[in-house]
Design a binder for this molecule. Structure first.
Ligand code: GLU
Length: 297
């Protein structure tokens, strides 16, 4: 792993596709607390690559809710949709080294193909740690001319990582330093197992990047030393470590934290208005009460 700069750099990286809720607030406040304790800097990154769901109005609302909570982020704020060119360059590196391929199957194609497969074999198709089916990768070994012909005919496609080729290129065990806790409470050095994700998406049909690609590019570009985020992203860290290795990017430390659950025990979502920060403010609750409720002073 490359050397990390001395002063810690933290980031809070919300996607403005809904209202800021208590789960976000917990993550942002924990970042703030850890940055303060370590004399580090806290950055804000707006993860808005999904331009159909993320809107300027939601972004403005999120920023104002964060300010109301008393959170202060070091400038400049990075907005991912302003930096598609950075992600394109990283993607081009992977394509140039034969590690990415155009994937033509739509979600519907994938669903239908897997359904047939499961009926024929009587066995469930393998799933990734998030429960999504592993990409069937029928087009991984298409000839260059077949690919070109399909692209030239205007067929839509995404870019996917050739996981097998990528792992062969790495040729060593990947790991990360976990300072928080994983689903099993484990911490310390965690062995990364990216293979369980299959050929992950690097750029979507309608977006020139993906969450995984842009998050590793930005963490490196912003000099982030400490990624503090929800435990729901624990297993995805294996993909991030792989991409960092392939793109020669420094590896941050990771701290995955507990998720704030709703009263019904399920994960909070942006559509659940009752735990939205703006809704709590409108109900007369003040920022100090929210901090205390979440376990901060
Ligand atoms: N943008 C992601 C989210 O809102 C967080 C990504 C990260 O912290 O790595 O869930």
């Amino acid at each position: 792993m490359s050397e990390l700069p001395q002063k810690p750099v933290f980031r809070f990286a919300p996607s403005p596709n809904g209202a800021l809720h208590l789960g976000h607030a917990y993550s942002a406040l924990l970042n703030e607390q850890l940055a303060r304790k370590t004399d580090g800097r806290l950055l804000l990154r707006i993860e808005d690559i999904d331009q159909t769901r993320c809107t300027p109005a939601l972004e403005a609302q999120m920023i104002s809710d964060l300010a109301w909570l008393g959170l202060d982020f070091a400038p400049p704020h990075r907005r991912q949709s302003d930096h598609f060119e950075d992600y394109r360059q990283a993607l081009d590196q992977l394509i140039g080294r034969g590690l990415a391929y155009p994937a033509f199957m739509s979600r519907g194609d994938i669903r239908a193909w897997i359904g047939d497969q499961e009926r024929e074999t009587g066995k469930p198709w393998p799933r990734d740690p998030d429960g999504a089916p592993i990409y069937p990768a029928l087009d991984r070994h298409l000839s260059a001319s077949a690919r070109e012909a399909r692209i030239a005919s205007g067929e839509p496609f995404a870019w996917r990582l050739d996981m097998e080729a990528a792992l062969a290129m790495v040729g060593e065990e990947l790991s990360w330093l976990e300072t928080g806790e994983g689903p099993s409470g484990a911490h310390d050095i965690i062995a990364a197992e990216p293979a369980v994700w299959g050929d992950v998406m690097l750029a979507r049909r309608d977006t020139p990047t993906s969450y995984h690609l842009s998050v590793v590019v930005d963490d490196a570009l912003q000099g982030v030393t400490d990624v503090v985020r929800g435990r729901d992203l624990f297993f995805a860290t294996a993909i991030h470590r792989l991409l960092q290795h392939l793109l020669s990017l420094a590896a941050p430390r990771y701290h995955h934290h507990r998720l704030i659950l709703g009263d019904d025990g399920t994960k909070l979502s942006k559509s659940k208005g009752d735990t939205g920060i703006a809704a709590l403010r409108d109900a007369g609750i003040d920022p100090v009460t929210i901090r205390i409720k979440l376990g901060f002073r």
